[in-house]
Design a protein around this ligand. Structure first.
Ligand SMILES: Cc1cc2nc3c(=O)[nH]c(=O)nc-3n(C[C@H](O)[C@H](O)[C@H](O)COP(=O)(O)OP(=O)(O)OC[C@H]3O[C@@H](n4cnc5c(N)ncnc54)[C@H](O)[C@@H]3O)c2cc1C
Length: 471
């Protein structure tokens, strides 16, 4: 039977864990405690300021929001003056030209031969693309819906670079709003007029913390909570799921009625020694990500000036995405008159190896090849981190595994939620994760069904009948 005032333990001080803790506090439920293995808040959404005074995120973070509650938390965390606002200017570097993202809507920027190849493929694809009939895998969908040219030039190479698995190993039900389907009419029009189909504009802005990188948000959220309930530098070493006890590395034991865990699901199953669930956890796949920050002297050249982030499908550089991080906030560098910065992301998996010893050198050479920098002399220093759990891969078979794992854990009083807790890429941004924490609390205290983890398509594409404020 559910106790009237359950003792709730939380693992992880990322957006999921802090979202849960913040909501518990708001609701006046004070019987909770949070354990975080590292010394700081933020998880993958933390930021680091290096010894030279350059601030870096763990990859380019932008605050997307599907929820009023997330907006409110952001407002309260840093206050109205704590934010800078930008237009989302994202570009694709291909064949020596820049095309606005999404690439498929801007093929008029390509050289004549490739432009022709792409439009012919897109016209044929418009006849046969039928997502409603279901595709067996992402590779099939790419070929059928984007056509031969766009598939060969962008969709296949870019998606392998970002996911680090062949698209044939990925499912399609994660796609939702994540991949823009080609709009043939618009594309034909832009081929005639030469006008860009840009995804930015007055209604397409994002905000970024004025100081301290993305991590400033989560540090502020953590600071607003009772400090005695937040236990940093406290790795969870084991979980006795039968007796409902969390064991810390320092030997302490803490009983719980409910556990909200945001540690990676595969590690949770290991730590809880739930052998019957291990075969399902073994079916989950993820990719690692190497973040290399390039601290640069001088000013950005015309190629990158004003751009937010850029996608790189080609093999002349190892990164799939680069953020002009000094454009997000001048305070991301020690002196904006003298320095600027790029943040690069390189993926790795068993299907795509990375030579760790060479990654910084390869990234600099890639920045030269892609025209992001002109000379090595511009480089002041580099900063790097490898994150083992970077992207939860939406492989074929993922949902079958999750449908075994998550309910079985819930049955034992464990809600495994968040980017790697629930392993659903389509609901793994900061807003989704923070709300998975909130909804887990509502589930425990009131029995309210959780929306985000179980119905990604609803939260990502709310029906017009529902106000966004409702979620
Ligand atoms: C390259 C990259 C780019 C991204 N870009 C964006 C973006 O543009 N916009 C956006 O909104 N989101 C973005 N994200 C996603 C964002 O970082 C995540 O949504 C968010 O950090 C996930 O929150 P979480 O709390 O679920 O997990 P995490 O942030 O991973 O937090 C989990 C916490 O659990 C702790 N933990 C793990 N094991 C233990 C243990 N045994 N004991 C105690 N503590 C433990 C970890 O130290 C960590 O702090 C990006 C992520 C990456 C990797």
């Amino acid at each position: 039977m559910q106790p009237s005032h359950p003792k709730i333990l939380i693992i992880g001080a990322g957006p999921t864990g802090l979202g849960a803790a913040h909501r518990l506090q708001q609701l006046g439920h004070d019987d909770w405690m949070l354990f975080e293995q590292s010394g700081e808040a933020g998880g993958l959404a933390r930021s680091v300021t290096d010894e030279h005074g350059f601030t870096w995120d763990i990859g380019g973070h932008v605050q997307f929001s599907h929820y009023k509650r997330f907006d409110n938390l952001m407002d309260a965390a840093l206050g109205p003056d704590g934010w800078l606002h930008h237009e989302r200017e994202s570009w694709v570097r291909i064949l020596g030209v820049w095309a606005p993202y999404p690439f498929q809507n801007n093929i008029h920027r390509l050289p004549e031969t490739e432009r022709q190849r792409c439009i012919e493929g897109l016209r044929r694809a418009a006849q046969r693309c039928a997502p409603q009939d279901g595709y067996a895998n992402f590779g099939e969908l790419i070929d059928d819906c984007f056509g031969e040219g766009v598939a060969a030039l962008f969709m296949r190479p870019y998606n392998f670079k970002v996911w680090a698995y062949p698209p044939e190993q990925l499912g399609v039900n994660w796609l939702g709003e994540r991949v823009a389907h080609p709009e043939l009419e618009k594309i034909e029009r832009s081929l005639q007029t030469g006008e860009d189909n840009v995804s930015w504009g007055p209604n397409n802005t994002f905000r970024f913390p004025r100081h301290g990188g993305t991590g400033a948000v989560w540090r502020a959220v953590a600071q607003g909570l009772p400090q005695e309930k937040l236990r940093f530098n406290c790795p969870v070493a084991g979980i006795d799921a039968d007796k409902k006890i969390v064991r810390l590395e320092n030997g302490e034991e803490h009983p719980y009625d409910w556990l909200i865990s945001s540690m990676p699901l595969d590690l949770l199953i290991e730590k809880a020694r739930l052998e019957s669930l291990a075969p399902h956890a073994a079916r989950l796949r993820c990719s690692a990500v190497h973040i290399t920050g390039i601290a640069l002297k001088g000013q950005p050249g015309p190629q990158v000036n004003g751009k937010c982030w850029m996608y790189f499908p080609e093999s002349n550089c190892p990164f799939y995405r680069v953020t002009v991080f000094s454009n997000y906030s001048p305070n991301n560098v020690p002196d904006i008159e003298r320095y600027w910065s790029l943040m690069t992301e390189v993926s790795e998996s068993p299907a795509k190896s990375v030579d760790v010893a060479r990654v910084e050198e390869d990234v600099i050479q890639g920045a030269l090849n892609a025209g992001l920098i002109e000379s090595r002399d511009q480089v002041h220093h580099t900063w790097s981190i490898r994150v083992g759990h970077g992207y939860p891969t939406p492989t074929l078979g993922r949902d079958e595994a999750l449908n075994e794992l998550l309910p079985a854990l819930e049955h034992r009083g464990i809600l495994s939620r968040g980017r790697f807790g629930a392993w659903r890429y389509e609901v793994s941004n900061q807003d989704h994760c923070m709300m998975q924490g909130v909804e887990a609390v509502h589930r425990i205290l009131y029995g309210t069904p959780e929306l985000t983890v179980w119905f990604p398509n609803i939260v990502n594409n709310p029906h017009p009948a529902f106000s966004r404020d409702w979620i």
